[in-house]
Ligand binder design. Sequence first.
Ligand code: LLP
Length: 447
Amino acid sequence: MGKPKSRKRASRAGEISLRSPGLSYRPAPKAAVLLLHCERLPLPELAEKFGTPLYIYSGNAIRHRYREFDRAFHGLPHTVCYSVKANSNLGILRLLSVMGCGFDVVSGGELERVLQVDRKAARKVVFSGVGKTAAEMDAALKAGILLFNIESESELELLAERAERRRITARIALRVNPDVPAETHPYISTGLHRHKFGVPIHDASRLYARAADSLFLEVVGVSVHIGSQITNLAPFTSAMERVADLVRGLREDGHTIRYVDAGGGLGIAYTQIGLPEFADFVGHYAAAISTPLQGLKLHLLLEPGRSIIGPAGALLTRVLYHKNNNSKKFLVVDAAMNDLVRPALYDAYHEIVSVVRDAAAGEHQVFDVVGPVCETGDFFAREREMPPVKDGDLLAILDVGAYGMVLASNYNTRPRPAEVLVDGKKARLIRRREKLSDLFRLEKAKA
Ligand code: LLP
């Protein structure tokens, strides 16, 4: 991958905004350097107070992106159901819930998180996923969720049985697999027949008929999700064209289709790849999705994850050591693949910036930025040009709000980082750092 161009742009005097909303460099008091801030808080202060590695989120950035997303669909009846899997911290869910956001969940655990934050939010919950268990269905029926997205005939049978047993009607959509390639990383592409997701679109009408036969299932919609980190919008339109045809056919068959769930998947700019400003991009996305549905009088459900939260989060890490192996230069930092696995798992690119910017600091150099975990795959950047940094300096890894902390593990018996939500000059600890005792708590050395 080529070296991305700088993402910095000038704003008010002395301040340089990063493309990541909520982050900017501001002059340090009494020093000729700039300090990276999240909203109005200098990151060194956060590192001091909460330690590193540390996940930091900008509350204003999340709110701004949610509003822009919602506004893009203003012409249509719609509900934004934030995809909890992207970042499921209760503090984040609460922030979105008070703004009126709904939720897309894929497990009983995610549902329980939403209920913990606001029991009434269940009315705006859609439940997706290929492997829902009977217990998870029971919990969702009891909570009174808006919609089950059904992914197979066997699941349909089981839900019919659970709903009948509880005498609660389940509103359902079938998640159809439209056989549309999404042009993204193969691990996160989902809309082809060879993927495990959804039911083949040509088989859908038979399954809808089966669902309509069941007293405790109410057929209300069609759902689709073709993948994640999609930046070319054409596949969204192709998928919705197929969905629109299906809706017309199902209505002819006598089904009442009120909802179309368009899934998630809108990509973000991890590098300077020339995406428009978010408001414009999400506007194009809204057009790509809604144009094929014109005239169908539907309520649209949307399941964005990354596009709401991704750019609003950074991972703050401290340089432990410089290390040279022959001509190769490494920066060993205190965060590792267990804290942020995207580079190791998808070879994902994340921009890394220095928290202190000192114009007089000297030449940039090329480094691999790596963590302490005992795997060669434990890297955040390879052959990356970096400003001069010393041991003990702070770096910020950008665009990690989505699929960062949720994918963190305790590999190498490393406690997971703390998470902080920043609002203006206030920082709220929304998850404390794990202690070693937290890691051992469930284990037994002796019988
Ligand atoms: N709805 C469904 C049914 C999904 O499977 C997903 C993501 C979403 C919505 C949200 O998609 P988003 O708007 O965030 O693209 N760990 C990977 C991403 C996995 C996405 C899984 N499904 C990564 O770090 O890139």
